[in-house]
Design a protein around this ligand. Structure first.
Ligand code: ADP
Length: 402
């Protein structure tokens, strides 16, 4: 029996959690989400061991004077829900590990200090991840805790892939370089593809993680060789509300001509751009695909730009691979949107890909499998499992039985 791991993914106002163990052969999972923490609308919803669901509102009588539920309050409630399942350890998703962390580590005061130092590179994410770590350390001082970094998988990138063409001191003194994110997802789906394709740790894969955030990655023999996100998760392909690559000269243009501050520019590029900015309608790909089918031209343009920029990124990533064995689609869009996969593949004729339309259309809602027609590189749809991968890495770091 493998040790039960509580996986925590702590955002600034949310906590995603999953208790992952495998007692009877089949994996057992109890998962949930706490939202709106720090506000009067704080709530937790999730499943319990028997499969039933719960939805708990902290301030359900709308008492304006009530103290808003904190991360610690939410964790305490979550642990009460899980009281019959004593976890052996806790695995935390940490967004930025800088250059220091090339793999997951057991958390101690030095590791926490390093995560804190790296907050300059991820001011929205690392402080929230630390909140979760501090709260669980206070609640469970005797449980071992492990940090699993989004950036760690990409630390194998060579300097010609991770350096920007900027003055060297910006790198040596301030850590300005490309780091990449979504590492647990790219690592998981490429390993899974190796297993499914029967070539453990061998070969060259291009992965496309397409959720609300989107990134591509080139993986050779199990190692990340290049990825589309950079110093921050804003670089690269078009995302739900993030622009992806823009001309760096845009910042000065907006400051000079519209009087925008850097904060305002950052806000617009992160929150009002991408699919939402292009369509003026939604950041949700389902809404856009439906609207485009109804003749909405802006939704169609958003879909077209998304697929073109994705194909362009995959073509660029292929330069990092000595040989291309296959492409992998994952994340909410990659796992479900057959039309987006087909359109992207149609823009890569020089890869020699062939798509089996029937298989492509049948691949959604958690289905896993190959969608190519046999000739050219393999094309896979593989549902990602970041929580499962964090549990596996947590067990490995602590030497717990798999
Ligand atoms: P997150 O990055 O927050 O984990 P997900 O991986 O769940 O996000 O992906 C969210 C995206 O997946 C949204 O843009 C959503 O529209 C898209 N998506 C989910 N199901 C479908 C579908 N059937 N067709 C197209 N897009 C879908």
């Amino acid at each position: 029996m493998s040790a039960c791991i509580l996986v925590i993914n702590c955002g600034s106002s949310s906590i995603k959690y999953a208790l992952i163990g495998s007692g009877t052969g089949a994996e057992q999972r109890i998962a949930g989400l706490a939202e709106n923490l720090g506000t009067a609308q704080a709530r937790i919803k999730g499943t319990q061991a028997d499969g039933s669901t719960f939805n708990y509102q902290f301030n359900d009588n709308n008492d304006a004077q009530a103290k808003p539920a904190s991360h610690a309050d939410a964790l305490q409630y979550i642990l009460k829900q899980l009281s019959n399942h004593q976890p052996a350890a806790i695995g935390h998703r940490v967004v930025h590990g800088g250059e220091k962390f090339t793999q997951a580590v057991q958390i101690d005061s030095q590791v926490m200090a390093s995560i804190r130092q790296t907050s300059a590179l991820a001011p929205l994410h690392n402080p929230a991840n630390l909140l979760g770590i501090e709260a669980t350390l206070a609640l469970f001082p005797s449980l071992p805790q492990v940090a699993v970094f989004d950036t760690a998988f990409h630390q194998s990138m060579p300097p010609h892939a991770y350096r920007y063409a900027l003055p060297e001191t910006l790198y040596t003194d301030y850590g300005v370089r490309r780091y990449g994110f979504h590492g647990t997802s790219h690592a998981y789906v490429s390993e899974r593809a190796n297993t499914l394709a029967g070539m453990p740790d061998q070969g060259g894969w291009l992965t496309a993680h397409l959720g609300n955030g989107c990134s591509t990655c080139a993986i050779w023999n199990g190692q990340s060789m290049d990825t589309s996100m950079g110093l921050t998760p804003l670089e690269g392909v078009v995302m739900g509300t993030r622009s992806g690559d823009v001309d760096p000269g845009l910042h000065r243009f907006l400051a000079d001509n519209l009087g925008w501050s850097l904060l305002k520019i950052d806000e617009v590029l992160n929150r009002n751009s991408g699919l939402l900015g292009l369509s003026g309608l939604s950041n949700d790909m389902r809404t856009l695909v439906d609207a485009a089918k109804q003749g909405n031209e802006k939704a169609q343009l958003a879909v077209d730009v998304f697929c073109y920029r994705l194909a362009k990124s995959l073509a660029a990533m292929s330069c990092a691979l000595p040989a291309l064995h296959g492409l992998i689609f994952t994340g909410g869009i990659g796992e479900n949107a057959a039309d987006i996969r087909a359109k992207t593949i149609s823009l890569l004729p020089h890869f020699g890909c062939t798509l089996d339309d029937g298989k492509n259309q049948r691949m959604y809602a958690g289905a896993e499998g190959r969608i190519d027609a046999g000739a050219g590189p393999q094309i896979w749809v593989i549902p990602t499992d970041e929580e499962g991968r964090i549990a596996v890495e947590t067990r490995q770091v602590l030497g717990l039985i798999e």
